[in-house]
Write a protein that binds this ligand. Structure first.
Ligand SMILES: Cc1ncc(COP(=O)(O)O)c(C=O)c1O
Length: 444
């Protein structure tokens, strides 16, 4: 698309951060929030994150309470079993196993693949800690690869460089809810005979090359944490088409006891409970409508942003279809804003009534979770040779990820895409206003 800059009618006005009038007043923000909270007809209470609370959800939890069936093991046709069936059907896979969180889904997936001490799993440093701890819980080495700085997704070339004889799996994280470069990652996995677990915790219903995310790898994992587009406080699911592997997932999350009641392996208790599924089931009825609304808005917002240099849409790979846009991410290019750092731009934008921030503050290669904690634990020193741990530390720097976290990435949060188009136009107006006044930013 051409970078044809549309001149804003706000160019003459003074930046709000310097005493001018904001593009979006607090009153306008409150009105928009009210609209967002009534996104579906049957909503009775709107949530900050955009999950509408409906009477059906309340009735469903009350019905579960009254039924006395509170655990999935009390009924093979209860809410958890029904949810698993419906979620699998909606995504077009054969099997689904519910869990108590996305982290638990990822952990059960790693464990079900038989990955353990001495093994290595490659994933993204730019993710929720759940991705990392799922690997560490099986006492495997979590190897972090660098990012494509335009998409914020795993760089397949760097993934391939980090494969060695102990590598067992790759966990691509679909960050923001948009697809990682699955075509390349699947090809690399095939070439090196590796398993793929998709971290689709943010990517409910996202499409890639005609498939739903979570259905492309060997296993796909979802989160239904309170803040997600579909949520129940804490919840998760694993999906897949391989019956044997999915049975292992069931067994792992059921304390090592298989569907026939036989102790088969070591496992934690990660079971989803009936109340969680009772809250999820009614959401599935309008989840597609909310998804379509958000997706339509996000592509619209991207088309606006493409008219302006300096705040580019998150790069999407060929084959990307409709996305969840759990977080709407953009690339800040300071060279188009008089070289002022991202935070100065965000300060000016916030004053105009648009909330934006860096998304993940630091990649996990720069946090204590791995560098100073895990690698110094006796158990890791026992499992991995001094030479491997030395090499691991030496290869920790991930310059593209650092650029993304420190300079480039801006998140406009998870609720903005549930706004009206009129509000999105105003957000764009505010960005344009800051752009047109970029020569004044240096004084902030
Ligand atoms: C990319 C990603 N992976 C894993 C998780 C972990 O999911 P949960 O919080 O449900 O354990 C999350 C949740 O925020 C996530 O966003």
């Amino acid at each position: 698309m051409n970078n044809i800059f549309i001149k804003s009618n706000r160019s003459a006005s003074q930046l709000a951060v310097l005493g001018g009038k904001p593009v979006i007043s607090s009153k306008m923000q409150r009105k928009e929030e009210d609209k967002r909270n009534k996104l579906t007809n049957d909503v009775i209470v709107g949530l900050r994150r955009g999950i509408p609370i409906t009477q059906k959800m309340v009735d469903s939890v009350v019905a579960t309470t009254k039924s006395g069936i509170w655990s999935r093991i009390q009924s093979s046709t209860g809410t958890v079993a029904t949810f698993e069936k419906e979620w699998a059907e909606m995504l077009g896979v054969k099997y689904c196993v519910g869990t108590g969180a996305g982290t638990q889904a990822l952990s059960a997936a790693v464990e079900a693949m038989g990955i353990g001490p001495g093994d290595e799993v490659i994933t993204s440093p730019y993710t929720d800690i759940g991705t990392i701890s799922a690997v560490l819980f099986s006492r495997a080495l979590v190897v972090l690869a660098d990012l494509d700085p335009e998409s914020f997704q795993l760089d397949p070339d760097d993934v391939e460089r980090r494969i060695n004889e102990n590598t067992r799996a790759i966990i691509p994280v679909h960050i923001g809810g948009q697809p990682a470069n699955m075509e390349r990652i699947m090809a690399i996995a095939k070439k090196h005979n590796l398993m793929v677990i998709e971290d689709a915790c943010q990517a409910h219903f996202t499409e890639y090359q005609g498939k739903q995310l979570g259905t492309i790898g060997d296993l796909g994992c979802f989160s239904f944490q309170a803040g997600k587009n579909i949520g129940c406080g804490e919840g998760g699911a694993i999906i897949g088409n391989n019956e044997e592997l999915m049975d292992k997932c069931y067994t792992v999350q059921n304390r090592g006891i298989n569907r026939q009641g036989k102790a088969e392996r070591i496992g934690p208790k990660y079971r989803m409970n009936e109340f969680e599924a009772a809250l999820l089931l009614p959401q599935l009825e309008n989840a597609r409508d909310v998804f379509n609304y958000r997706n339509d808005n996000a592509w619209y917002m991207n088309s606006l942003l493409r008219q302006l240099p300096g705040v580019l849409p998150q790069k999407l790979y060929p084959g990307t279809g409709a996305c969840s846009w759990w977080v709407f991410l953009t690339q800040y290019k300071k060279e188009h804003f008089n070289n002022v750092p991202r935070n100065v731009f965000l300060q000016a934008l916030r004053a105009e009534g648009v909330s934006g921030s860096g998304y993940i503050a630091d990649g996990f290669h720069r946090t204590d979770v791995i560098t100073n904690h895990i690698l110094d634990l006796d158990i890791y020193k026992n499992m991995y040779s001094p030479a491997r741990l030395k090499q691991y530390r030496e290869e920790l720097p991930l310059p593209n990820c650092d650029k993304v976290t420190d300079e480039i990435n801006i998140s406009f949060g998870s609720v903005q895409m549930a706004s009206s188009k009129d509000h999105l136009n105003k957000i764009f107006d505010a960005i344009v206003k800051v752009y047109e006044n970029r020569d004044k930013l240096a004084s902030l």
